[in-house]
Design a protein around this ligand. Structure first.
Ligand SMILES: Nc1ncnc2c1ncn2[C@@H]1O[C@H](COP(=O)(O)OP(=O)(O)OP(=O)(O)O)[C@@H](O)[C@H]1O
Ligand SMILES: [Mg+2]
Length: 361
């Protein structure tokens, strides 16, 4: 019972220390400033995501050949994998203007009506964080997507009338980090859904070489591989680590990045060979050293590292789980053998607690 102590509600915001986390996949201020310069401009320049790229290429080519507006596109995937980038590429490939807005920015159906009614024919409407749109706006969007029409409601109460408004054909590109939160009627109205995957190290190496060229930094193959391995499968993180390594190289090594420089720089920034940062290692370290690998409850683990439960659960754990270093079991958090190996520790031999936790004592 109460194994992960989900009953206790602590809604404390996470501390400011986490805002400048180097391995956070969300964009920070500096990212936003430089990302525009690093964004690939067309499908050929867009690295990886072979399946999405190939399918999208067909959708866009076919639309172009028909002289028609492309079908609505939904892009889903974790932060920093290239959803915004791809939406801009869609507009560029269709030779169409793009209007950018986001779910949270659309509070009322009227906000959406204003945007929709001002679209040009063939324009791409990029709706970021589409899962966070308000309900009434969402319902208006259904009709707009399907029939290129909206009903503008004038007046209130029994006297209210709906005035139909024809819209020019447009392409909606929706992006979401939480595809599961989209209501099925909305999901069904997209002609094409692209699921963005985490990138393979070799793909991230290509991203890094490309960005290094644009930033005018020298880097060799080993240097790029070293950064790629620590980038958590995410181009945004790869670009951010590259910028920090560049700083280090400028100050300490005449600007050229090789494996040694990359590793030394990322040691300074406490990003380890697998992309774990100080917080990740603290969580893993406590689990192994204080609790013999678990199982241990989330609250206990959080207290042990001096962080909020939410921080441990939402900031540190997802990547540890993804990497197969930590498992969430009904009896608590458990370290995997890979976790012991990664921190260079030897698991207790007799009655390994982790095993008991996983399979029941
Ligand atoms: N396939 C790719 N090839 C090269 N660079 C990429 C690729 N995907 C993403 N990037 C780079 O990563 C950065 C982040 O990408 P982008 O902003 O498109 O992510 P996102 O999925 O929209 O993230 P969020 O969910 O936070 O909005 C961009 O600056 C871009 O340069
Ligand atoms: Mg984005």
């Amino acid at each position: 019972m109460n194994w992960d102590e989900t009953g206790s509600e602590t809604d404390e915001p996470t501390g400011p220390v986490l805002d400048d986390r180097l391995v956070d996949a969300d964009a920070d201020g500096e990212d936003t400033a430089v990302e525009a310069a690093l964004r690939p401009k067309d499908l050929d320049e867009f690295v990886g995501q072979e399946k999405v790229r190939e399918q999208l290429d067909l959708v866009l080519k076919a639309a172009r050949a028909r002289g028609a507006t492309a079908d609505h596109v939904l892009l889903s995937g974790a932060p920093g994998l290239g959803k915004t980038t791809l939406s801009m590429i869609i507009a560029a490939e269709m030779n169409a203007p793009i209007r950018i807005t986001s779910g949270p920015a659309i509070q009322h159906a009227g906000d959406l009506a204003a945007i929709l009614s001002s679209l040009q024919e063939g324009e791409v409407l990029f709706l970021d964080e589409i899962h966070r749109m308000s309900r009434p706006a969402e319902e208006m969007l259904y009709m707009a997507m399907e029939d290129f029409r909206v009903d503008v409601i004038v007046g209130k109460g029994p006297g209210a009338t709906a005035i139909p408004l024809e819209l020019p054909p447009f392409t909606l590109v929706g992006a979401t980090t939480r595809a599961g939160l989209l209501p099925p009627p909305l999901r069904d109205r997209f002609g094409f859904t692209g699921h963005m995957e985490f990138y393979a190290p070799a793909e991230l190496e290509r991203v890094i070489h490309r960005s290094a060229r644009l930033l005018d930094v020298g880097i060799d193959a080993d240097g790029a591989a070293e950064i790629a391995g620590r980038s958590r499968g995410t181009p945004r993180i790869a670009n951010r680590l590259l910028r920090r390594v560049r700083d280090y190289a400028q100050v300490k090594a005449e600007g050229m990045i090789d494996r040694e420089i990359a590793a030394a720089a990322l040691k300074v920034y406490e990003v380890d060979a697998r992309g774990l940062d100080r917080l990740d290692r603290a969580v893993l370290g406590a689990l192994l050293k204080l609790f013999g690998g678990g199982p241990v409850g989330l609250s206990t683990l959080a207290v042990a590292v001096g962080e909020e439960r939410e921080t441990v659960e939402e900031v540190a754990e997802p990547f540890l789980v993804r990497e197969g270093l930590l498992a969430r079991t009904p009896r608590g958090r458990v370290a995997t053998p890979a976790a012991w190996a990664h921190l260079g520790l030897v698991p207790p031999t007799h009655g390994a607690k982790g095993q008991q936790g996983l399979f029941g004592a």
